[in-house]
Design a binder for this molecule. Structure first.
Ligand SMILES: Cc1ncc(COP(=O)(O)O)c(C=O)c1O
Length: 486
């Protein structure tokens, strides 16, 4: 078995106990005068960014194109990425714990991959629409590393790949129902904008999506095997379940972790209820280990969704792999005697993305990058927990290898209740604003995080980088103070 980056599986019950405690307390934001100083950083040190974003607002909705980083008080414009660091338009340097939202396990802009891509572009440009050897190379590499993958089809994004997985599952099983875990994000297709972020919210965020699109999507409480069984049982006499889809590390990149044996139990239930098991490894593949979270948990899914690292931080990152009989439904062209699940994409499996993914995976393998990035994640989390204990803070830090969580406002843990909807929305507003402030404060201290609560570490994060980050984190965390009421 390939080496996994998780050194020690965390105590899931203990994490939930701490998170429960955090969510029942009033928020503890940064002291007001200190927050004013942090906001002044953006005025004084990010003036060129602000100027550009003000112009961008004339042309781009909200002035920015992507949702990954919080943009409070305004987005910052980045001009250079190198290893563990990012540089903005005004020349400020940051420790980069966003890592493009996850794909760059090697660190940003890894030279050995970049050189191969530059050579490829010089030869054939980024795409031809026709077969290139790298299409074979990346498919063969993934089939070698993932025993559950007999065939691999590269696609344009994680969202598309989830759509393809669901389409194949429905075609192969002739069933319709798809079960996901509450709070999980599996991309933004019509049928998957359901039960996002906070379990139980169902179609709450499905603005602009007819309810018929999610008629066959169901959510169950995460980490609760009985809840899954009762849904599968309910479906049994109503046409059955086509597939259960989940992130094996838990919804939202493990923000809601699952017990170590949860995935195995889900596998058994899928077998018993004749449903397919789809692992969404968009985040965990090539990060938890070269054979993904499925290698670590030693559980075999029927299909695996890939994204992010599969193109090493280059564009068009998506793919679907799985059992031969299922994947054959994705045969391109007119051949094949099976009914075909329609998928496509002008840019799918273009030479640039295929080569970037292939060389990234080779470099990860050569450098043992998942393990190194995981050790950096362990060091960061241990340091954050020391800071939390030292200052007697209610915050919660935990990690799965290089995927690190620092919950200070626990926004995703607010219990959803339609009956108490006003209080729910009020709570979301104040806790989300605290997350924005934390994100801005980290940024002013020279650290870029994902939405002020998640950090991806990479192989470029040496002990010095992590220790430097911890000093900066401590300066923010020690300046939080309790509010009188939530
Ligand atoms: C678990 C998971 N699945 C699917 C997706 C969607 O991938 P993409 O952004 O490439 O469409 C994401 C994106 O963050 C993700 O985290």
């Amino acid at each position: 078995m390939l080496r996994s980056a998780i050194s020690d599986y965390h105590d899931v019950d203990e994490i939930y106990r701490k998170l429960d405690r955090l969510i029942t307390q009033p928020i503890r934001p940064i002291a007001r005068p200190v927050m004013q100083e942090y906001l002044a950083y953006f005025e004084q040190r990010c003036a060129k960014s602000k100027e550009m974003i003000d112009v961008a607002k004339e042309y781009i909705p909200g002035g920015v194109q992507h949702n990954l980083a919080f943009n409070y008080p305004h987005p910052v414009v980045f001009t250079k990425a190198e290893g563990a660091h990012l540089y903005d338009l005004d020349g400020n340097r940051y420790i980069d714990f966003l890592q493009a939202g996850g794909p760059t396990v090697l660190g940003s802009n890894f030279p050995a991959v970049r050189e191969k891509i530059q050579a490829l572009i010089a030869d054939c440009g980024p795409s031809t629409g026709l077969f290139h050897e790298y299409e074979l190379k990346i498919a063969r590499k993934i089939c070698e590393l993932y025993p559950s993958v007999d065939l691999f089809r590269m696609l344009g994004s994680g969202t598309e790949s989830v759509m393809a997985a669901i389409r194949v599952a429905r075609l192969a099983t002739r069933k319709k129902k798809i079960v996901k875990l509450g709070g999980a994000y599996h991309g933004w297709s019509d049928q998957m904008v359901y039960g996002l972020r906070i379990p139980g919210t169902r179609g709450f965020e499905a603005h602009g999506i007819p309810s018929a699109c999610r008629r066959h999507t169901q959510e169950v409480k995460p980490n609760d095997i009985d809840a899954l069984e009762s849904t599968l049982n309910w479906n049994r006499i109503r046409g059955g379940t086509a597939a259960v889809i989940l992130e094996p590390i838990g919804p939202e990149s493990g923000t809601r972790p699952v017990a170590f044996d949860y995935n195995q139990k889900v596998r058994e239930l899928c077998n018993r209820y004749d449903a397919l098991l789809i692992f969404d490894e968009v985040v965990s593949a090539f990060r938890i280990g070269l054979s993904g979270a499925q290698g670590y948990f030693d559980v075999t899914p029927d299909m695996t969704v890939f994204g992010k690292v599969v193109a090493g931080g280059y564009p068009s990152a998506g793919g679907l792999g799985g059992r031969r009989d299922l994947m054959e439904h994705l045969a391109a062209g007119l051949q094949g005697n099976k009914k075909r699940a329609m998928v496509g994409g002008t840019m799918a499996a273009n030479p640039l993305s295929s080569a970037a993914g292939y060389y990234t995976i080779c470099e990860i393998e050569k450098n043992d990058a998942c393990v190194k990035a995981g050790q950096a994640g362990d060091r960061l989390t241990a340091g954050l927990n020391r800071i939390i204990d030292k200052h007697n803070l209610p915050f919660v830090a935990y990690n799965q290898a290089s995927i690190c969580h620092l919950e200070t406002s626990a926004t995703m843990f607010i219990p959803f209740s339609l009956i108490g909807i006003r209080n729910f929305l009020k709570e979301v507003k104040s806790r989300k604003h605290m997350m924005e402030e934390m994100g801005a404060a980290y940024m002013a201290e020279g650290i870029v995080t994902l939405a002020g609560s998640r950090m991806y570490t990479s192989m470029a994060d040496t002990d010095e980088v992590i220790d430097d980050a911890l000093t900066r984190f401590e300066r923010v965390l020690e300046k939080t103070e309790p509010t009188q009421s939530s």
